[in-house]
Design a protein around this ligand. Structure first.
Ligand code: NAD
Ligand code: DAU
Length: 354
């Protein structure tokens, strides 16, 4: 049985992780620590809060005494660290929060874990750090996909802050013997994704008959993975991963942005063939090429051979089924995204895209 502290559990991937884990391992206890930034939504966890094995704590990973007390009071043996500032465009407009949360916040967690798990009362433990393929930088069209040995070359403030946090986690393992693992995953999509990211933004803008902003020529490539398949990889690493190791997680599913946008348009058009979602026209008429992102990485792709061969990882969701389910989720959960759009999301869009 595990007692797990999940940081950032009210965000997109963290929320999905909490439901994945409570469903698969009902004997385990989960404590979520989340600061509820613009990206965190306690309402995501309302079903989990009915479960006596679950507890939500509103707090910041920068608060070391709080983290130490959670590790002690809840006899935590496993920490899964999702909390982060996660949006590249926001990091370009204002990097400070990314440095604070992603670097200093991760270091605060490491210090607390070292104190409680190594210094005060040594015991078996696991610190799993959730990271991203963006730390590896950008690939050319004919480059092989990123492996765990690809040199780090982060290009945005977000990617640089995640790279720094990876190095700190690795250093705490090498220097102090903290029992760490790291995963670097490609682009996720699925339920509860905050609608500033490409896939939910496009779905919602089609439903609202708003322009679909495609940065630059739209030929940038991302490697898309359903969020449950990311969490499946984390599950395998927590249960079978080698201490001190890093694993890449990906779906072998490269798409250009423009093709993703057109595919979503076509799928929503199938649902509303008379064009009620786009002023009576096909949603593709809403596609609008806009100024490119600064320092925009051209291509990401993950080689997931190591986690596949060492831990038996294989994604369960095809993109065809996963994207259809995701569109259905957004259609069924209009209240969720409308409430979000009434808040800070709307002011961000107003400043940056309108
Ligand atoms: P998100 O932005 O949806 O959620 C982040 C969560 O962290 C929110 O609930 C927020 O309130 C919380 N948080 C932020 N700062 C905090 C702080 N200082 N203290 C406590 N909580 C804080 O992010 P996401 O897309 O779910 O990403 C989760 C993790 O996965 C991140 O570490 C991200 O770098 C990584 N990742 C994301 C993707 C992706 O495609 N979304 C892919 C690979 C890796
Ligand atoms: O690769 C993993 C990363 O994926 C994670 O570490 C990040 O947390 C996550 O946000 C995501 O980063 P991206 O920058 O790749 O995701 P985003 O959804 O912001 O953009 C995907 C692509 O679509 C990217 O090339 C930029 C482009 N884009 C994005 C938006 C929001 C557009 O063309 N138009 C848009 O409006």
């Amino acid at each position: 049985m595990k007692n797990i502290l999940v940081t950032g559990g009210a965000g997109f991937i963290g929320t999905n992780f909490v439901y994945y884990w409570l469903n698969k391992y009902p004997q385990d206890r989960i404590v979520v620590l989340d600061a509820l930034t613009y990206a965190g939504n306690r309402g995501n966890l309302s079903a989990a809060e009915k479960n006596p094995k679950f507890k939500f704590v509103h707090g910041n990973i920068l608060d070391q005494p709080l983290v130490e007390s959670l590790l002690t009071d809840h006899k935590i043996d496993t920490l899964v660290h999702f909390a982060a500032e996660s949006h590249v465009d926001r990091s370009i407009h204002g990097p400070d929060e990314f440095i604070n949360t992603n670097i200093v916040g991760t270091h605060t967690l490491l210090k607390a874990a070292k104190k409680i798990w190594l210094d005060e009362n040594p015991r078996p433990h696991r610190f799993h750090h959730i990271s991203t393929d963006e730390v590896y930088g950008s690939l050319k069209s004919d480059d092989p996909p990123f492996t765990e040995n690809t040199p780090y070359a982060p290009n945005s403030p977000y990617a640089a802050s995640k790279a720094a946090s990876d190095h700190l986690v690795r250093a705490y393992h090498e220097t102090y013997g903290l029992q760490t693992t790291i995963s670097n995953c490609s682009n996720n999509y699925g339920p509860y994704q905050f609608p500033e990211k490409l896939i939910p933004l496009v779905i919602i803008n089609i439903l609202n008959k708003k322009p679909l902003p495609v940065y630059g020529d739209g030929k940038q490539i991302r490697d898309w993975l359903h969020v449950d398949d990311h969490n499946l990889g984390v599950d395998l690493i927590l249960n079978k991963g080698k201490i001190g190791a890093t694993y890449n997680i990906g779906g072998n599913n490269e798409w250009t942005n423009i093709d993703i946008v057109k595919t979503i348009c076509n799928l929503i058009h199938e649902r509303y063939p008379n064009g009620t979602s786009a002023h009576g026209n096909h949603p593709q008429t809403l596609i609008t090429h806009v100024k490119d992102r600064l320092g925009h990485d051209r291509r990401y792709a993950i080689n997931a051979e190591m986690i596949s061969s060492a831990l038996g990882y294989s994604p369960t969701e095809s993109f065809e089924t996963g994207i259809r389910k995701t569109i259905e989720w957004f259609l069924d959960n209009e209240d969720w995204w409308r409430r979000i759009m009434d808040g800070s999301y709307r002011s961000w869009i107003a400043v940056n895209y309108d």
